[in-house]
Design a protein around this ligand. Structure first.
Ligand code: ZN
Length: 343
């Protein structure tokens, strides 16, 4: 990537971040300003070996990294170290700026100059992991036992649908149930893949090299809107706040996406407990297939389907839909536990 394009991306990212601050994902928040003490010069690439998050402080969303010394405020550390760093997770992903973040983290851990930029995770307020991906693509019916429980044949091709950015939600956030519209609310714990570089017509063998990282997500769903409004899915899947993600984005080098235990609990009771080894289409196949239809861009996210155990999968008379006050916890091996409450 040449200098002109890099400068353009930096400018475009900042402008887009300002726009996103007025949107649904983080209405009370504006992104932290980029560290201006130094300019970027480390090239582009995926971050490795990092556990990333977004935290909220003084009304702003900050890019953080989980370390043995606590959560590193990347922008604050960069300012103290007089280094450049992207301001937000979206900037990191969309500008393919792994090297800058990695350099700041290493410098902060290996010296004392950035000591003040570490803070305890206890009591921290989380922001949305990402807030302005170019696309949110979802794969439905992608676990064998889930397809069986709802009486669906095993699909021959990945079943695709989408959510919009207004559905993005955060760890420890709330989902306000649209009770005027629907009543049949259901959980779907899902592995979420975050794309790290542009992917078009990629081969299955190469597909995982396009992933920046993985996180825990919930494809929260209003089943009556999904299934009883003419058999189209989008309306039941993308109301505001219906896509909680987090708490962490774990870089792809640390995760095998096709062998992870995956669980969902409601008010402490285990409802889903499976493994991504039950995928019908594995991570490589999903990325390769989607990339043939649309160009995946850095920062795009892909929900990969939910395992068995959803409320919709129970016999009709045993279905007790989610309601206000319920607490949902989703966990995936290596990626952390995502919790949110319904109101
Ligand atoms: Zn789903």
């Amino acid at each position: 990537m040449n200098i002109d394009r890099r400068d353009f991306l930096k400018t475009a990212g900042t402008a887009a971040a300002a726009g996103a601050a007025a949107g649904c994902a983080s209405p009370a928040s504006t992104p932290a300003p980029a560290a201006e003490a130094a300019t970027r010069s480390l090239g582009t690439g995926l971050a490795k070996g990092l556990t990333l998050l977004t935290f909220r402080s003084q009304g702003r969303d900050h890019l953080g990294v989980k370390t043995a010394k606590g959560i590193l405020d990347v922008a604050q550390a960069a300012a103290l170290l007089q280094m450049y760093a992207p301001a937000t997770m979206d900037d990191l992903l969309q500008q393919e700026d792994g090297p800058s973040v990695q350099a700041v983290v290493e410098a902060a851990l290996n010296g004392t100059v950035a000591q003040a930029a570490f803070r305890p995770e206890d009591g921290m307020e989380y922001g949305p992991l990402v807030s302005r991906p170019d696309k949110i693509v979802c794969v439905g019916l992608n676990y064998r036992k889930h397809a069986e429980e709802i009486g669906s044949p095993i699909p021959e091709y990945p079943v695709l649908f989408n959510k919009f950015n207004g559905s993005l939600n955060r760890h420890k956030g709330t989902v306000k149930l649209p009770v005027d519209l629907a009543t049949n609310f259901d959980y779907e714990v899902e592995l979420v893949m975050v794309i790290g570089k542009q992917a078009k017509n990629v081969r299955e063998a190469d597909a995982l090299s396009y992933v920046a990282g993985y996180c825990t997500g919930n494809d929260f769903t209003a089943r009556d809107l999904q299934l009883e409004t003419g058999g189209q899915w989008m309306a039941g899947k993308t109301p505001d706040q219906f896509a909680p993600l987090g708490p962490y984005l774990v870089t792809a080098d640390q995760v095998d996406p096709d062998t992870l235990t995956i669980e969902c609990r409601v008010n402490g009771e285990t409802r889903q407990s499976s493994s991504t080894a039950d995928f019908i289409f594995n991570a490589r196949q999903m990325i390769s297939y989607i990339s043939k239809i649309i160009t995946l861009r850095p920062g795009d996210i892909i929900f990969t389907g939910t395992p068995e155990g959803v409320i919709q999968g129970k016999p009709k008379e045993q279905r007790v839909w989610l309601k206000a006050g319920d607490k949902v916890a989703c966990s995936i091996e290596k990626l952390g536990e995502l919790r949110f409450q319904l109101t």
